[in-house]
Design a protein around this ligand. Structure first.
Ligand code: PEP
Ligand code: MN
Length: 360
C-alpha cells in the first residue's frame, strides 16, 4: 500500500510514519519531485482503507492489491460432493463437465436428463429452480420442489447438484438439496448474498456479472472468501459488448488472466456466452485450450422444448462430443498428466471417477 502526502511538511510525514509504526506497520518514505510517498511495507491489504485515508496529511491511498485473498488462497482443488463420489475441480486436474437444463421443468424431465448427461460424461448436474428472468412474465422456476426433484435425480446418478440462489432467504431451505450454490450474473454485485454464502460451508460457483470487470469479479469472490468460505469457483459466462450476433461475448482473456491471478478454479459457461447451440462446442473447445478447469453447459433431452433458453440448449449427444474433445485437448496440452493416468489405468489403480480426461 502506498500513501501519497503531496508536498506535506516533514512534521506531518513523521506523524504518519509514527502512526503506522505504532500500528506495527513497517514503512518507508520516498520523496519524489513534487510529492512525498509513504510506502507501507507490511501487509495492510485486509485493513480498512479509512484507517489510512483519515490520517492527517494523507491525500491518496493506493492499494497494490484490491483482492488479496483471491491471490493468496492456496488451492489444490475444490471438492464437490453430494452424497455421491466427490468431484475434484481445479488444481491442475483434468477439466470437469457440469451439465443440465436451464430450468428444472419437472421430476421426469430432470431424472431423464440426469441419466443422459451422466452417460455423456458430466460429473455434476446443474439446473435452475429460482430463475432470475429478465421478464417477470417468463417462467420463474419450480422453487424448492424443483430442487427436490434435481437432488433425487443427482443421487440416482451419483451427480452432485449445482443450483442458483437469488436471495439470502433461499439459502437455508435450499441447502439440503444443493451441493454447490450458484451466484448468477445478475447477482454478482449482491454483496449481502455473497457475504451470507461466505458463511456457508459449501462451494460457491460465482458467475461474472454481464458488465463486470475481471477485478470486480475478483472483489466479489473476496467477499465470500473473507467470511471463511474458501471454496469459490469463478465462472466466465460472457459479457455485454457491442456485438449482437451472439447473446454475449465470451471473454476468454478473462480465463487466462484469472488463472494467472488466482489459484481458484475457473469454469466457463459457453451457453449463456454465445446463446446459440451451434457454437457451444467450438467455444467449449477454446475454453479448455485456454486453461478452464471445467465447463457448465445447458443441455436438454428435447432442446427445442426447453421452457427457458431453448436456443442454447444442446442434446446429450452433443454434450458427449464436447466431453471427448475436451479430454483430447487437455491430454494434448498435458502429455505428462495423460501418460500418468494411462500408466495408472494399466496398473488398474482407480484414477477417480470425477475426471473425464482419462486417456482413451
Ligand atoms: C444460469 O446459469 O441459469 C443463468 C441464469 O446464468 P447467468 O446468471 O450467467 O445469466
Ligand atoms: Mn439459462
Amino acid at each position: 500500500m502506498i500513501l501519497s502526502l503531496g508536498n506535506a511538511k516533514q512534521e506531518l510525514v513523521d506523524k504518519v510514519c509514527q502512526n503506522l509504526t505504532e500500528r506495527g506497520l513497517e514503512n518507508k518514505v520516498v520523496r519524489c519531485a513534487k510529492t512525498t510517498l509513504v510506502v507501507v511495507l507490511s501487509d495492510a491489504d485486509t485493513l480498512p482503507g479509512h484507517i489510512f485515508s483519515q490520517m492527517e496529511g494523507v491525500q491518496k491511498v493506493v492499494r497494490m492489491s484490491s483482492s488479496p485473498l483471491v491471490k493468496e488462497v492456496p488451492h489444490g482443488s475444490i471438492s464437490i460432493s453430494g452424497g455421491a463420489d466427490a468431484v475434484e475441480l481445479g488444481g491442475g486436474l483434468p477439466p470437469i463437465m457440469i451439465a443440465g437444463p436451464c430450468a428444472i421443468e419437472g421430476r421426469e424431465q430432470i431424472i431423464e436428463l440426469a441419466r443422459a448427461v451422466k452417460s455423456a460424461g458430466a460429473v455434476a448436474l446443474r439446473g435452475g429452480a429460482y430463475k432470475p428472468r429478465t421478464s417477470p412474465y417468463d417462467f420463474q422456476g419450480l422453487g424448492l420442489d424443483g430442487l427436490k426433484y434435481m437432488k433425487e435425480a443427482g443421487l440416482q446418478n451419483g451427480l452432485p447438484v449445482v443450483s442458483e440462489v437469488v436471495s439470502i432467504e433461499q439459502i437455508e431451505p435450499s441447502a439440503p438439496y444443493v451441493d454447490v450454490f450458484q451466484v448468477g450474473a445478475r447477482n454478482m454485485f449482491n454483496y449481502e448474498l455473497l457475504k451470507e454464502l461466505g458463511r456457508q460451508r459449501k462451494p460457491v460457483l460465482l458467475k461474472r456479472g454481464m458488465s463486470a470487470t475481471i477485478d470486480e469479479l475478483l472483489q466479489a469472490a473476496e467477499y465470500i472468501l473473507l467470511q471463511g468460505n474458501l471454496q469459490v469457483i469463478l465462472c466466465e459466462r460472457g459479457i455485454r459488448t457491442f456485438e449482437n450476433r451472439t447473446r454475449n461475448t465470451l471473454d476468454l482473456s478473462a480465463v487466462a488472466i484469472l488463472k494467472s491471478l488466482t489459484s481458484l478454479p475457473v469454469v466457463v459457461d459457453p451457453s449463456h456466452a454465445v446463446g446459440k447451440r451451434d457454437f457451444i462446442a467450438p467455444l467449449s473447445r477454446a475454453a479448455i485450450a485456454c486453461g478452464a478447469d471445467g465447463l457448465i453447459v445447458e443441455s436438454h433431452c428435447n432442446p427445442d422444448q426447453s421452457i427457458s433458453d431453448a436456443a442454447q440448449a444442446i442434446t446429450p449427444e452433443t454434450l458427449a462430443a464436447i466431453v471427448t474433445d475436451a479430454a483430447t485437448i487437455f491430454n494434448a496440452l498435458n502429455p505428462d498428466y495423460a501418460a500418468t493416468i494411462k500408466a495408472n489405468a494399466a496398473a488398474s489403480i482407480s484414477s477417480g471417477a470425477s475426471c473425464f480426461a482419462v486417456a482413451k
